[in-house]
Design a protein around this ligand. Structure first.
Ligand SMILES: *Cc1c(COP(=O)(O)O)cnc(C)c1O
Length: 229
């Protein structure tokens, strides 16, 4: 397959920006994982990104992810993440298909994942809705402790994820990223659970997210280009 130099260049630029943001924050760049948000991208684009060195890909829809996984079955070291909302009735299909599910937002969903795959236990993040928008998925910050308590008996909860409400600038997202980190720190102290992963930051604000402690950034447009769909 021909090398997609434009995509490779965009990937290298994003990796350099991650490195610079980490340096500015006094962090080790290797502590930040780049997850490419590949929704609506054809499997050829994912393959091109893999050839350029990317390994982690985040999909929003279970069926779309599974179809692409089948097409890319020869890429044995690829890691699939589910970053979109997961309905409980899809839990069974999703449980064994992803390295990490970023969007657990109810005990019912955690139970369904545990039933579908008791061992090895599913790894997941709890999605927190910091903007209190009724239309958004994720749990309210004050409910996270209760969900964590119940969910950790069923699945491995590795940390927290958030999608901040739209802001006019990257700086506008900073308070949300800081709140997710503070919530994590508080919960980790209370529960004795590490909760080491913070999945936050996208194309428009990932550098700010890294300054605030992101361990996973989910980036689509900056690498794949603007979405057509
Ligand atoms: C699409 C998407 C992203 C990436 O968004 P970009 O602005 O393209 O970087 C990150 N997280 C989730 C949950 C998404 O759906």
């Amino acid at each position: 397959m021909a090398i997609d130099y434009a995509l490779e260049e965009r990937l290298v630029i994003v990796q350099a920006r991650i490195g610079a943001a980490a340096y500015k924050a006094g962090r080790d760049a290797s502590s930040i994982r780049l997850v490419l948000a590949s929704k609506t991208q054809p499997s050829e684009a994912i393959r091109a990104a893999w050839e350029a060195g990317a390994r982690d890909f985040g999909e929003n829809y279970v069926q779309e992810a599974i179809a692409k996984r089948a097409e890319l079955a020869d890429l044995t070291d690829i890691r699939w993440h589910l970053i979109g909302h997961l309905q409980t009735n899809k839990a069974k299909t999703a449980a064994g298909a992803f390295e990490l599910i970023h969007s657990v937002d109810s005990v019912r969903l955690a139970e369904a994942l545990a039933r579908a795959q008791p061992s090895p236990r599913v790894h997941a993040l709890i999605e927190v809705n910091l903007g209190a928008e009724a239309s958004k998925t994720g749990v309210a910050p004050e409910k996270v402790a209760a969900i964590l308590d119940a969910a950790r008996e069923k699945i491995e909860v590795d940390g927290l994820m958030t999608i901040p409400p739209p802001t006019r600038s990257a700086e506008g997202a900073r308070p949300y990223f800081a709140r997710l980190r503070e919530l994590r720190d508080r919960l980790a102290t209370q529960s004795g659970y590490a909760l080491s992963e913070l999945s936050m930051g996208m194309t428009d604000d990932f550098e700010v997210a890294i300054e605030e402690g992101a361990t996973m950034v989910r980036i689509g447009r900056a690498v794949f280009g603007e979405r057509i769909a």
